[in-house]
Write a protein that binds this ligand. Structure first.
Ligand SMILES: [Zn+2]
Length: 260
C-alpha cells in the first residue's frame, strides 16, 4: 500500500510515541477484526444492520436481555450465527503486534468491544472484554459456568448440566448493563496512569469507548486514532492514521524498532 508523505510523517511520530510510552491503552472495535475476515458490525448486531430477522424483529430486539429471558431460542439463533461467523477466525497482524507490544511493555492494556476473543488468542493477557465473549457460557438459573472453544455440537439453546436451566453466553445483550468488573478494570487502568491511548477500528459511539480519548485530551495525554473512516473522536485525537488496523500496526511495529 502506498501512503502519502504526511501519513508517513504521522507513522514516524506515532512510532516514536509507542517506543517511549510505557503504559499504553489500546481501544479496539470491529475494525481490528476485519482483517481476520470477520464482518465489521457495530457491537454484536451489525450482521443485521438495517434488516429484520426472519421473525420480523430488529437485531437489537432479537439480541436483547429481555428476549433471552422470554424466548432464548430466538436470541440463541442469532448468537449462533454470530459465533459461526467468528469460528475459525485467526488473530490479524494488528492483534499479534499488540500482544508483542505487551510482551515488551508490561503496561500495555487492551479495552475491546469485540466478543470474538481474538486478542486473547493472539496472546494478550491484559484485556478488558467490555462486552464479554461468546466463548464463555453461564447458566441463567444457577452459578454454573464454563468455557467453550466454539458452539459446534451444542444443542441451541444449550441446557445447564447442573439444573437444566438455559445457558447463555457471557456477553452484554442489548438493554443490559455493562459488567461492573470491566468498568472497574478500566477505571483502575486510567487511574494508574496512561502515557498513550490508541483507538483502533472503532467508531467510538459508546461513551465508555470514546470517554478515555476525551479524558486523554483533557489531561494532555497523547492520543492516536487508526481507522480508515471518520469517527466520533477523529477531531480530538493528536494523530490520525487513516489506515486499516493490520497495515498500520505492521508499519508502526517495524518503524518503532528501527528508531535509535
Ligand atoms: Zn444451572
Amino acid at each position: 500500500m502506498t501512503v502519502s508523505s504526511s501519513t508517513n510523517a504521522d507513522i514516524d511520530a506515532v512510532a516514536a510515541l509507542l517506543k517511549h510510552a510505557e503504559r499504553v491503552l489500546f481501544i479496539t472495535g470491529a475494525g481490528i477484526s476485519a482483517d481476520s475476515g470477520l464482518p465489521t458490525y457495530r457491537g454484536i448486531g451489525g450482521l443485521y444492520h438495517e434488516r429484520l430477522t426472519a421473525e420480523g424483529l430488529t437485531i437489537e430486539e432479537a439480541l436483547s436481555g429481555e428476549m433471552m429471558a422470554q424466548r432464548p431460542d430466538i436470541s440463541w439463533r442469532y448468537i449462533g450465527e454470530i459465533e459461526s461467523n467468528c469460528r475459525g477466525a485467526k488473530p490479524s497482524a494488528a492483534h499479534l503486534r499488540i500482544a508483542d507490544l505487551e510482551a515488551e511493555k508490561p503496561g500495555v492494556w487492551v479495552l475491546t468491544q469485540n466478543v470474538d476473543g481474538l486478542h486473547r488468542m493472539a496472546g494478550s493477557e491484559k484485556v478488558i472484554q467490555i462486552h464479554g465473549t461468546v466463548h464463555h457460557l453461564r447458566c441463567t438459573e444457577c452459578p454454573h459456568q464454563r468455557s467453550v472453544h466454539d458452539f459446534a455440537g451444542l444443542d441451541l439453546p444449550p441446557a445447564c448440566p447442573v439444573c437444566g436451566g438455559v445457558l447463555r453466553p457471557d456477553i452484554v445483550l442489548f438493554g443490559e448493563m455493562l459488567p461492573q468488573k470491566g468498568l472497574d478494570q478500566l477505571t483502575h487502568v486510567l487511574e494508574s496512569g496512561v502515557d498513550l491511548i490508541v483507538s483502533i477500528g472503532t467508531t467510538s459511539v459508546f461513551p465508555y469507548i470514546s470517554g478515555p480519548v476525551w479524558w486523554a485530551q483533557q489531561n494532555g495525554i497523547p492520543s492516536v486514532e487508526i481507522n480508515p473512516g471518520d469517527t466520533e473522536v477523529s477531531d480530538i485525537v493528536d494523530y490520525r492514521l487513516r489506515m486499516g488496523a493490520a497495515d498500520a500496526m505492521t508499519q508502526l511495529w517495524a518503524r518503532m524498532h528501527e528508531l535509535p
